[in-house]
Design a protein around this ligand. Structure first.
Ligand code: ATP
Ligand code: MG
Length: 605
C-alpha cells in the first residue's frame, strides 16, 4: 500500500500543497491593500452593482469556465483541480461558469454533463450562501453596453471591409497592418451602425465591431481585434434574442470582471491575449476619457481580475481536445463520449477511475509555466495507489481451461475462504466452494514446461490459492494438439489454514474458480487508444494511430460471490488488475466488468 494513498481524505487529496507559482501570486496579491477591501454584491454585475456592497467573504474568487460544446476530459480535470482546489485551500470561492458565447456548437446536454463531471470530481460551486453557477450568455446585455461604451470613448469602430481585405490589412508578424478605411469614421456613425447590427439590419458577416488599438502592434492580437460579429444563430439559452455575438476574447475578461474574479487562470495559449484582456478591462474601468480627459462613469470597479497562464496537460497516448474527441465519437471509432477508452471524465469514470485517483494525479503533476508531456503511467500510478487500499479482492479466470481433480468423487465439495482485503481483517472474509471441476488460466499449465515455470505441468505440485495442494497428472488434447482440460490429484490433508498444510512445499500458487458455482461474465480488457506516444503532435493526424486492439472482450469465470455485485465497487482480481462492473452494460443477469488497470505498470518508458 502506498503512503500517498493513505493521505487521501474523503474530499480528495490532502497532501501538503506543493509550492507553485500560482500560490506565490495569490500570496503576494493578498498582501496588497486593494485585495483586502473587495466588495461583492452576492451576484455578478458592473460597478453600479458592486460599489458600496459588503466586503467579499471569499478570500479569492476563481472560476472554471468551460464552453458547453463537448464532454470534459482529463485536461479539464487539471483546470478544475487547480481552480476549485486553490479556492478551497485559500477560503475562497470558485464559480462554475459556462462560457456559452458561441451558440452553434453548444447544447444543454453538454452543459448538464459538465455539471455532473465537476460534482463527481468532488467539487462544489455553492459558497458563502451563493450558488455561483453562471452563464456568460446572461451578460450579453452588459457586453453590448460595454461595446457601446468603447465606441463612445473612441475605442471601437464598426468595420465594413470585406473579409479578404480585413485579413490582408492585418499584416503579418514582420509587417505592420494597414488601417481600415472605416477606422476613423465618426463615433456617431459607428454607434448607429452597431445599433443597426444589433437590430438585424445587416446580413451575417457584413460588419464587425473592432477595438481601436494599434494596427502596427507586434502582438497581432492588438491589431484592432474584432469584438462583435453578426451571426444569426439560435442560442440554447437566449434563443433568437441576439443576432450579434461577442468574440471570446472580448467576452471572457468581462465575464471575469462581472463576477469579481480575482485571478483568472487559463492555459498558456492565451498568453498573447493578456495585453488585450488588460486593455479592455482597464478601459471599461476608466474614470476619464484617455483622449480628452472628460469624466466617465466607469462600468467596472477595481481591483480588476488578472489573467495568469499555466501549462495545459498533455498526456502521452491521449488526445485532449474536445473537437478531436468529438471526431472519434461521430466517426464511430468508439462507442460514445463515455466509452471506457475515452479520456473524458465520463469515460474515465466508466473505466473505474475514482475522483480520488484523478485528484491525486492532478496534485502529483502540479502546475508549471512550460508545456510538457506527462507520461500515462503517472495517471495509472495515481489510480493504483488509490485503489489498492480500498479494492475488494476477488478471483477471476479470464482465459479459462478446465482442471479436473481425478481422485475425488463427482459430488465432492468443500468451503474455502479468503480475506476481502489483506490489510483490513475487519472487512471479513469471502467464502467460496471448491469441487471436482474447476476453471484455471490456460497459461498456468504447460505440458512441456519452459525453464523457471513453477505452475502446472505433469508431475508438478502447486497450491490452489486458499484451497488445496494438487499434483498435475496430465492433460486432454483436442484438434491441433490444443489442451482442452488439465488433470490432477488433490491432497485432501493440505487445505490452507489447516494443521499440517504447510508441510507441503510448493513453488507455484495459482488461482481458480469452482466451475459448478462460478459466475460467467463478459470482461473487457483495454489497451492504449493510440499507438503513438504523441498522437496529435506536430500536425500529425491522430486518427492514423488509433490502436485496433484497444479493446478485447473475453468470457470469463468469476468468483461466485460476485453475482450480487453492485456498481461502484472496485475489485482487485488477483493477478489481473482492478475491475469494476460496467456502469452502462452490467446487470446481475448478464455481468460485464471493465479492467480499470493492470496491477503493474506497462506504460512507462
Ligand atoms: P478543448 O480544446 O478541449 O475544447 P478548451 O480549452 O477549448 O478545450 P474550454 O471548455 O474552453 O475548453 O476549457 C475550460 C477550461 O479548461 C479552460 O480554462 C481551459 O484552459 C481548461 N483546459 C482545457 N483543456 C485543458 C488541458 N489540456 N489542460 C489544462 N487545462 C485545460
Ligand atoms: Mg474551446
Amino acid at each position: 500500500m502506498s503512503d500517498s494513498a493513505n493521505k487521501n481524505t474523503a474530499a480528495g487529496v490532502d497532501n501538503a500543497p506543493a509550492s507553485n507559482f500560482l500560490r506565490n501570486i495569490i500570496d503576494s496579491d493578498l498582501k496588497k491593500p486593494e485585495y483586502q477591501v473587495r466588495p461583492w454584491a452576492g451576484k455578478p454585475g458592473g460597478a453600479d452593482v458592486h460599489e458600496g456592497a459588503p466586503a467579499d467573504p471569499a478570500a479569492i474568487r476563481l472560476r472554471f469556465p468551460p464552453e458547453p460544446n463537448g464532454y470534459l476530459h482529463v485536461g479539464h480535470a487539471k483546470a478544475i483541480c487547480v481552480n476549485f482546489g486553490l479556492a478551497q485551500e485559500y477560503g475562497g470561492a470558485c464559480h462554475m461558469r459556462f462560457d456559452d458565447t458561441n451558440p452553434e456548437k453548444e447544447s444543454e446536454e453538454f452543459a448538464d454533463s459538465i455539471l455532473d463531471a465537476v460534482s463527481w470530481l468532488g467539487f462544489k460551486w455553492q459558497n458563502f450562501g451563493d450558488d455561483n453557477l453562471y452563464y456568460a450568455s446572461d451578460y450579453f446585455e452588459f457586453m453590448y453596453q460595454a461595446a457601446e461604451f468603447l465606441i463612445q470613448a473612441g475605442l471601437a469602430y464598426v468595420d465594413e471591409q470585406n473579409a479578404d481585405d480585413m485579413r490582408a490589412n492585418r499584416g503579418t508578424l514582420n509587417q505592420a497592418g494597414v488601417d481600415s478605411p472605416f477606422r476613423n469614421r465618426p463615433v456617431a456613425e459607428s454607434l448607429a451602425r452597431f445599433r443597426a447590427m444589433r437590430a438585424g439590419e445587416l446580413p451575417d458577416g457584413a460588419a464587425v465591431l473592432r477595438a481601436k488599438i494599434d494596427m502596427a502592434s507586434p502582438n497581432m492580437n492588438m491589431r484592432d481585434p474584432a469584438i462583435y460579429r453578426i451571426r444569426r444563430a439560435f442560442h440554447h439559452r437566449t434563443a433568437d434574442d441576439w443576432c450579434i455575438y461577442p468574440m471570446y476574447t472580448f467576452a471572457h475578461p468581462i465575464e471575469d470582471a462581472l463576477e469579481r474574479i480575482t485571478h483568472s487562470f487559463c492555459t498558456l495559449e492565451f498568453e498573447d491575449q493578456r495585453p488585450f484582456y488588460d486593455w479592455l478591462l482597464g478601459n471599461l474601468a476608466a474614470q476619464h476619457n484617455a483622449a480628452d480627459g472628460t469624466v466617465l462613469q466607469p462600468l467596472l470597479s477595481q481591483p480588476l481580475p488578472k489573467q495568469i497562464e499555466f501549462a495545459r496537460l498533455n498526456l502521452s497516448y491521449v488526445v485532449t481536445s474536445k473537437r478531436k474527441l468529438q471526431q472519434l465519437v461521430t466517426e464511430n471509432k468508439l462507442s460514445g463520449w463515455d466509452d471506457p477508452r475515452m479520456p473524458t471524465i465520463v469515460g474515465l469514470r466508466r473505466r473505474g477511475y475514482t475522483p480520488e485517483a484523478i485528484q491525486l494525479f492532478c496534485a502529483r503533476i502540479g502546475v508549471s509555466k512550460s508545456d510538457s508531456w506527462i507520461d500515462y503511467s503517472v495517471l495509472e500510478g495515481a489510480l493504483r495507489d488509490t485503489l489498492d487500499p480500498v479494492a475488494h479482492r476477488a478471483v477471476a479466470v479470464l482465459d479459462p481451461i478446465p482442471l479436473i481433480l481425478d481422485n475425488v468423487d463427482d459430488d465432492w465439495a468443500d468451503q474455502c475462504s479468503a480475506p476481502v482485503h489483506p490489510h483490513h481483517p475487519e472487512w471479513g472474509t469471502r467464502q467460496f466452494t471448491i469441487g471436482k471441476r474447476l476453471w484455471i488460466e490456460a497459461e498456468d499449465f504447460q505440458e512441456n514446461p519452459e525453464k523457471k515455470f513453477f505452475r502446472l505441468f505433469p508431475g508438478n505440485k502447486v497450491r490452489l490459492r486458499y484451497g488445496y495442494v494438487i499434483e498435475c497428472t496430465g492433460c486432454d488434447k483436442g484438434e491441433h494438439g490444443k489442451v482442452t482440460a488439465v488433470h490432477a490429484n488433490v491432497f485432501l490433508d493440505s487445505k490452507s489454514g489447516t494443521p499440517g498444510a504447510d508441510t507441503y512445499k510448493v513453488k507455484g500458487n495459482i488461482h481458480w474458480v469452482d466451475s459448478a458455482h462460478a459466475l460467467e461474465a463478459t470482461v473487457r480488457l483495454y489497451d492504449r487508444l493510440f499507438t503513438e506516444e504523441h498522437p496529435d503532435a506536430g500536425g500529425k493526424n491522430f486518427m492514423d494511430s488509433l490502436n485496433p486492439k484497444s479493446l478485447t472482450e473475453v468470457k470469463a469465470y468469476l468468483e461466485a460471490g460476485l453475482k450480487d455485485t453492485w456498481s461502484g465497487t472496485v475489485y482487485q482480481f488477483e493477478r489481473h488488475g482492478y475491475f469494476v462492473p460496467d456502469l452502462k452494460d452490467h446487470t446481475l443477469n448478464s455481468p460485464v466488468f471493465n479492467r480499470t488497470t493492470t496491477l503493474k505498470d506497462s506504460w512507462s518508458k
